[in-house]
Design a protein around this ligand. Structure first.
Ligand code: NAD
Length: 282
C-alpha cells in the first residue's frame, strides 16, 4: 500500500514530543521515508540526543532540525512554525504528540491538572490553530495527526485530568477533520492516533523492562502509517493484551451508559460488573 501522499521524500514533518517514545519512532519512520524533520520537545537534552542520532542515521544533518518547544506555550508554538517555514518553506505533516500524565486525581493538586491540560490539550489546540491555516494555505497535500488515548474515550477512573485532556484532544481533532473536509480546495487531512499500551517514557516510570502486554512505539507508528494510507481518521491500535474487537466493545459499552441510561463509568460499578462481562463475552 502506498503512503498517505503527504508522507514523501523531500517533504517536511513536524513532530512534537519527538525526543522519546511514540514521537521519536514517528520521526525515525518519517526520516526513513526521506522526509525533512522538525523535532520539538520540552526536554532539551533528550531532544538534542534524538536529533543527533537521526542526523547520523540519515546522513542528512541539514534536514533534521531540533527546536526546544513547550507545546503548551502559544508563543513557543508560533516560533516553532516560523522556524519550520523559515528553514524548509512548508509543512506536510504535523504530529501533535507531546504528552504527560500522572497525578491528575479528581480531588488532586490543581497545579497538576493545569500542567496536564496545558500540555496535552492546549498543546494540541496550539498546534492545530498555529499550523492548520498555514498548511491549508499551502494548497499541497498535508496531514495533521493528534495523539489521543483510549483513556479519553472510555475514561477509566484514576488519572481524571489525563482523561479530560485526551477527551478534548479527540473532540478538537474531530472538529478539525470536519473543518478540513468542508474547506474548498483543502488537501490536508486529520487523524486521531489512539495508541494502546505502549512501552515508552510513560511506561518506563512503572516498568524497567517492556511488559509482555505492551507494544513497541514502532508498532504504533506502523499502524499509524497504514491507517493514514487508507485515510482513516480513527487509528485505534491494539496491544499484546487488548484486541481491536475488545476495544470496540469497551467503547460501545461506554457510549451505552448514556444511550441505556446507566450510571456513568458503569464498567467500574459493582452493580453492572456482571452485565459488562456478559456484554464483552457475547
Ligand atoms: N505510552 C502509552 O502507553 C500511551 C498510550 C496512549 C497514548 N499515549 C500518548 O502518546 C504520546 C507520546 O507519549 P509516549 O508514550 O511516547 O511518552 P514519552 O514520555 O516517551 O514521550 C513524550 C514526550 O513528550 C515530551 N513532552 C512532555 N511535555 C511536553 C511539552 N509541554 N512540550 C513539548 N514536549 C513535551 C516529553 O519530554 C517526551 O519526550 C502522549 O501524548 C501520550 O499521552 C501514550
Amino acid at each position: 500500500m502506498s503512503d498517505h501522499p503527504a508522507i514523501a521524500a523531500g517533504r517536511v514533518a513536524v513532530v512534537t514530543g519527538a525526543a522519546s517514545g511514540i514521537g521519536l519512532a514517528a520521526a525515525e519512520r518519517f526520516a526513513e521515508r526521506g522526509m525533512k524533520l522538525v523535532l520539538a520537545d520540552v526536554d532539551v537534552g533528550a531532544l538534542e540526543a534524538a536529533a543527533e542520532g537521526l542526523r547520523a542515521r540519515t546522513g542528512r544533518p541539514a534536514e533534521i532540525m531540533a527546536v526546544p518547544t513547550d507545546v503548551g506555550d502559544r508563543v513557543a508554538v508560533e516560533a516553532l512554525k516560523d522556524r519550520a517555514y523559515g528553514a524548509f518553506g512548508e509543512v506536510a505533516v504535523l504530529m501533535n504528540n507531546a504528552g504527560r500524565e500522572g497525578g491528575g486525581q479528581l480531588f488532586g493538586d490543581p497545579a497538576r491538572w493545569q500542567a496536564i491540560l496545558q500540555t496535552n490539550l492546549w498543546g494540541v489546540v496550539n498546534g492545530i490553530q498555529v499550523f492548520g491555516p498555514a498548511m491549508i494555505a499551502q494548497g499541497t497535500t498535508g496531514a495533521i495527526v493528534s495523539t489521543g488515548s483510549k483513556q479519553g474515550i472510555t475514561c477509566p477512573p484514576g488519572d481524571t485530568a489525563y482523561n479530560v485532556s485526551k477527551a478534548g484532544v479527540k473532540v478538537a481533532t474531530e472538529a478539525l477533520a470536519h473543518e478540513l473536509r468542508n474547506t474548498e480546495g483543502c488537501r490536508v487531512t486529520a487523524h486521531l492516533l489512539i495508541p494502546g499500551f505502549t512501552f515508552t517514557g510513560f511506561t518506563l516510570v512503572r516498568h524497567k523492562e517492556k511488559p509482555a502486554g505492551a507494544w513497541l512505539p514502532e508498532q504504533v507508528i506502523d499502524e499509524l502509517l497504514q491507517g493514514m494510507a487508507k485515510n482513516d481518521f480513527y487509528i485505534l491500535c491494539p496491544d499484546n493484551d487488548v484486541s481491536r474487537e475488545l476495544d470496540a466493545k469497551r467503547i460501545l459499552w461506554a457510549a451505552g451508559d448514556i444511550a441505556e441510561n446507566r450510571p456513568p463509568l458503569s464498567r467500574w460499578h459493582p452493580d453492572y460488573k456482571a452485565a459488562f462481562e456478559r456484554f464483552i463475552e457475547e
